[in-house]
Design a binder for this molecule. Structure first.
Ligand code: HEM
Ligand SMILES: *[C@@H]1O[C@H](CO)[C@@H](O)[C@H](O)[C@H]1NC(C)=O
Ligand SMILES: *[C@@H]1O[C@H](CO)[C@@H](O)[C@H](O)[C@H]1NC(C)=O
Ligand SMILES: *[C@@H]1O[C@H](CO)[C@@H](O)[C@H](O)[C@H]1NC(C)=O
Ligand SMILES: *[C@@H]1O[C@H](CO)[C@@H](O)[C@H](O)[C@H]1NC(C)=O
Ligand SMILES: *[C@@H]1O[C@H](CO)[C@@H](O)[C@H](O)[C@H]1NC(C)=O
Length: 328
């Protein structure tokens, strides 16, 4: 009788856990706001679509912002916080150079605060808006976004450089950086496919064109025709203002063309080229040349990236404004 009771309790627990989509109140789930703010995901989508139709570069901006958020303190919107008198926040760190879209997230948040005050986190808004912006722009339904993230209260500029992989990283460093976030080499290769869209600034790869080893030489792993083209686009080795396409020929399309370029030694950054220097990662590159594999894999890796270090349950807070920590 006693064991039966225990078994029953266990069974109930398991059923409850499955229905909640995770035990410990810890994990994200689909439709977290279904009861508390039924229109939340609709509102995010509508607002995002309006913004993207006015700014086709927005998907790339949001995708990169979501990545930066997740790699520094986890996906808890620390990237969105503004600096204050006594604190320089992430967004004012050096690698922020081209982060954009803060105003878009703020606008969506404002609409959500009207509909359901204090319910929808900025971290979830960023995750949802990233996916929605890409689905709209590239006319394709993409990955599911699980929700239930809460917002952090800390954002420190000098944590960015320590946590974000740099464009001059070699394979070992990239692998370590992703492993530190619980991501695999497969995730590294797949998510680098984010460089299928958007642009990068000349100073972040100009060493490869002008002075790779300090002898005025070029990076031998960079296709020489492509290098010559890049030299016509950049205004010399110290150009910090020009930005070029990350996926030449296809930067306005989200697709697996990035890997085609990569195989032809036309990866823009050393960190892109580095994916060919290891057997496991170069095999992964080979597989991603199949379009359907890429979209499936990208969705799965985005889910994993979107779950890094999330705050759930009663951790963190739901910010009232995405740029500032709640005052009480
Ligand atoms: C693997 C390590 C990575 C490195 C070293 C890296 C580095 C960079 C750098 C240096 C830029 C150019 C920034 C600029 O000049 O303005 C850039 C742009 C970009 N990155 Fe990455 N990145 C990495 C991974 C990722 C991941 C995982 C994603 C998303 C899944 C991503 C998405 C993007 C996008 C969309 C852009 C274009 C942004 C724009 O057009 O403004 N990157 N990345
Ligand atoms: C969609 O967005 C537009 C522009 O922000 C707004 O005027 C409209 O009310 C929104 N519709 C819904 C259903 O949220
Ligand atoms: C900055 O100052 C505010 C009060 O003005 C304080 O609440 C907060 O903890 C301080 N932040 C840091 C990082 O010292
Ligand atoms: C990036 O940081 C610099 C300070 O290092 C700041 O002046 C600039 O406004 C920041 N850019 C963004 C997009 O926040
Ligand atoms: C990668 O870079 C690190 C740091 O500069 C260096 O210690 C390591 O030897 C490099 N690895 C390879 C395989 O080049
Ligand atoms: C290349 O780099 C080396 C070492 O950093 C430096 O001494 C040299 O002046 C550079 N050459 C050019 C052309 O910038």
């Amino acid at each position: 009788m006693k064991t039966n009771n225990i078994n029953l309790i266990l069974l109930v627990c398991i059923v409850v856990c499955i229905n909640l989509g995770g035990c410990l109140g810890g994990s994200l789930r689909k439709g977290f706001y279904k009861q508390t703010c039924p229109l939340a995901e609709q509102i995010v989508k509508n607002a995002t679509w309006n913004h993207v139709s006015a700014n086709p570069n927005l998907p790339a901006k949001l995708l990169r912002m979501h990545f930066h958020d997740c790699f520094v303190r986890g996906c808890e919107a620390s990237v969105l916080l503004s600096s204050s008198a006594n604190n320089t926040a992430e967004r004012d760190s050096f690698p922020n150079s081209s982060l954009e879209g803060f105003d878009v997230i703020d606008d969506i948040k404002e609409q959500l605060e009207k509909a359901c005050p204090g319910v929808v986190s900025c971290a979830d808004i960023l995750a949802l808006a990233t996916r929605d912006s890409m689905s709209f722009q590239f006319k394709k339904s993409l990955w599911d976004v699980l929700t239930g993230r809460r917002d952090g209260t800390v954002s420190i500029a000098n944590e960015v450089l320590r946590n974000l992989p740099a464009p001059f990283f070699n394979f070992t460093q990239l692998k370590q950086s992703f492993a530190n976030r619980g991501l695999t080499v497969q995730d590294l290769v797949v998510l680098s496919g984010g460089h299928s869209i958007g642009v990068g600034h000349c100073n972040l790869f100009s060493n490869r064109l002008y002075n790779f080893t300090g002898k005025g030489d070029q990076d031998p792993s960079l296709d020489s025709t492509y290098a010559a083209l890049l030299k016509t686009q950049c205004q010399g080795p110290r150009d910090t203002t020009t930005a070029v396409e990350l996926d030449p020929g296809s930067f306005q399309k989200f697709d697996n063309h990035y890997y085609t370029n990569l195989k032809q030694n036309k990866g823009l950054f050393q960190s892109d080229a580095a994916l060919l220097t290891n057997k496991v990662s170069s095999n992964a590159v080979q597989k991603l040349l199949k379009a359907n594999d890429f979209f499936t894999e990208f969705g799965q890796s985005m889910k994993r990236m979107g779950a890094i270090g999330v705050l759930t349950g009663t951790s963190g807070q739901i910010r009232k404004q995405c740029g500032v920590v709640n005052s009480n």
